[in-house]
Design a protein around this ligand. Structure first.
Ligand SMILES: Cc1ncc(COP(=O)(O)O)c(C=O)c1O
Length: 476
């Protein structure tokens, strides 16, 4: 009843035993059982960010590499790495084995314990973090990493205010939610919000009012940075602890910074002793064709947060990385943050194994190389489909922005909303076995980093057909 298990593409299965194990787990799910899972999940569990009755979940019965299968045996190509997080692909045998081995060795140690895996993970990660970002606080995810970065920035500088940008998601816990500027923040603001958050506009060339035709990226960046500096002056530099920014904006439109922007921001922040905190929860660990996205822009922030891809999401782990100047402030001053699961051995084991897999299988390089192919596909889609207004990508982090009209640039779906054509396109993609993330008018294309050219070509054949549905909604 199920198709045979696909072999991994960028990384080969290490043994027949693994193939058998995957197949057995797969065939164990009957159609009735899958439906019962859906019913039970609906009855007893709450889905994220959704009106519950609107959720129509896919049963994820089995996964392998860039694919997963539902309970009917239907195969999906995972063109979003679930939540932009399954970087090494699904069910990598080495990461699975490391988690099993760690369970045998030591499942849990309190956060004040020294463990083998904690001792090994720190240097393994420090080998790849930008510049001298080499000391880490461990959390359970990106929100908590940012939450602790807020605290650390305020503790170190003694200042309160924090600058963020409008097109930003930094997490769902209180502080990180308040740094988030997208509509997910609005309901949470009813609690009164968090004092001291300053919002500035993004270097969003496609739509920025600071941009005009004929302007170079560098000129545009200089304007954005000048506007940032003006804001800093009006807010009082001595009141501002930090600026948080997604190095490459993720869910809010996939916006790689224009040339010169990040360096300009770095200079202005340093001028006023404001800390630069790069959020690479989504953009880190190879996603952008570098270990960390800020390496592509030759910038070292004062702190960096990451999560998701750091364990390929096999186990929950967030990391707050600090430069020595920040970290040493806590040599005598108390670092006022802690979590029962900080430094959890199982999570660090998954992280350590993920780092090794990314190294051994050259996944950073593959992300860079396949990123070139991804961009070619985006270009073809833009040439062919009037509804594709803009294309943006770096490495395997990319998106197509859908519009009603290329001259007016009116988004196909308004901000925080959808459009019947997009809903129909999503239905078509699902039917054809492409799992894609289309948020508002942004079609994200973020597959696992071990994807190969043939697989990308195959996925884009379907995406090509799907975009015809949105072309029909184009207004001349
Ligand atoms: C840029 C960014 N920061 C923070 C977060 C929050 O991470 P988590 O969901 O692991 O708490 C996310 C999650 O999508 C993210 O994309």
């Amino acid at each position: 009843m199920f198709k045979t298990a696909a072999s991994r593409c960028g990384a080969s299965l290490s043994s027949n035993k693994t193939i058998r194990r995957v197949s057995r787990a797969f065939s164990a799910v009957s159609e009735e059982e899958g439906q019962a899972w859906i019913d039970s999940c609906h009855k007893h569990t709450i889905w994220s960010w959704s009106a519950q009755k609107s959720v129509d979940p896919i049963v994820m019965a089995k996964a392998d590499g860039i694919y997963f299968w539902d309970h009917t045996g239907k195969r999906y190509t995972d063109m979003n790495s679930q939540l932009m997080c399954s970087n090494v692909g699904h069910q990598h045998p080495k990461v699975i084995q490391a988690i099993k081995d760690q369970a045998d060795e030591l499942c849990y140690a309190g956060p004040s314990m020294a463990t083998r895996v904690r001792a090994e993970f720190g240097p393994a990660l420090a080998k790849h973090t930008p510049g001298d970002l080499n000391k880490f606080f461990f959390t359970l995810g990106g929100s908590e990493a940012n939450e602790n970065a807020i605290k650390a920035a305020r503790m170190v500088t003694g200042r309160q205010k924090i600058i963020v940008r409008y097109k930003a998601y930094h997490g769902a816990t209180h502080g990180s939610m308040m740094l988030t500027s997208d509509p997910r923040r609005w309901p949470a603001e009813k609690s009164g919000g968090m004092a001291g958050v300053i919002r500035v506009f993004d270097p969003y060339m496609y739509r920025s009012l600071l941009h005009h035709d004929g302007m170079t990226e560098e000129e545009f960046s200089a304007k954005c940075v000048a506007q940032l500096e003006e804001t800093i002056i009006y807010e009082g530099p001595n009141n501002i602890a930090a600026m948080f920014l997604e190095t490459v904006t993720g869910t809010n439109g996939l916006i790689p910074p224009p040339r010169g922007y990040l360096k300009g921001v770095r200079e202005v922040l340093s001028k006023y002793a404001i800390l630069m905190v790069c959020d690479e929860v989504m953009a880190g660990v190879g996603r952008c064709g570098e270990w960390f996205a800020c390496q592509a822009y030759d910038v070292v922030p004062d702190m960096l947060t990451t999560a998701k891809g750091v364990t390929s999401a096999y186990m929950p782990l967030g990391v707050l990385a600090m430069r020595p100047e920040i970290a040493t402030a806590f040599d005598s001053q108390v670092f006022s943050g802690g979590l029962t699961y900080s430094g959890h051995p199982m999570c660090l084991a998954a992280g350590l194994a993920t780092i090794k897999v990314v190294e051994e299988e050259n996944l950073v390089e593959n992300s860079r190389n396949m990123g070139v192919i991804l961009r070619e596909h985006h270009k073809k889609m833009k040439e062919k489909h009037p509804c594709v207004g803009d294309i943006r990508s770096i490495g395997l982090f990319g998106a197509m922005e859908l519009v009603k009209n290329r001259t007016t640039k009116e988004p196909l779906a308004p901000y925080n909303s959808s459009h019947p054509a997009i809903a129909e396109m999503n239905k078509f993609l699902k039917e054809k076995g492409i799992y894609a993330f289309v948020a508002w008018n942004i079609f994200h294309t973020n597959p696992p980093l071990m994807i190969n050219k043939d697989q990308l070509d195959e996925a884009f054949e379907v995406i090509d057909d799907a975009l015809l549905i949105c072309d029909a909604a184009y207004e001349e």
